[in-house]
Design a binder for this molecule. Sequence first.
Ligand code: AMP
Ligand code: ZN
Length: 115
Amino acid sequence: MTTDCVFCKIAKGELKADLVYEDSQVVAFRDLNPQAPVHILIIPRKHIQSLDALWDQDANIVGRIATVARDIARKLGISEDGYRLVNNCGEQAGQTVLHLHFHLLGGRNLGWPPG
Ligand code: AMP
Ligand code: ZN
């Protein structure tokens, strides 16, 4: 845990968020500034700064995030039309919160390539 990390605070319940899922490894909540009708952030409880900072021994968390994303997409009714699971890693990719997170986006046509 990094004391000033916003997503660590959400994971610990110290900062309010609109949670859609949580378990011992992963927390998912609605993005404050949604870019699509469905925009969920899925994070590991463990503070990992970015995908680039992920150690091999923690790689299973990414698989867990993928299965949680699949289940949330089904629950929120976007799995049939399709959705996107995105990670922004580092400055040029637009990462602004330095705690590993994946964006689950759906509910509209999503352009490609992303900006
Ligand atoms: P990124 O640019 O990939 O680092 O994404 C960070 C995301 O976190 C942005 O989409 C923000 O809108 C979102 N965000 C930042 N603070 C919060 C918060 N307290 N609760 C929910 N979403 C947040
Ligand atoms: Zn953190």
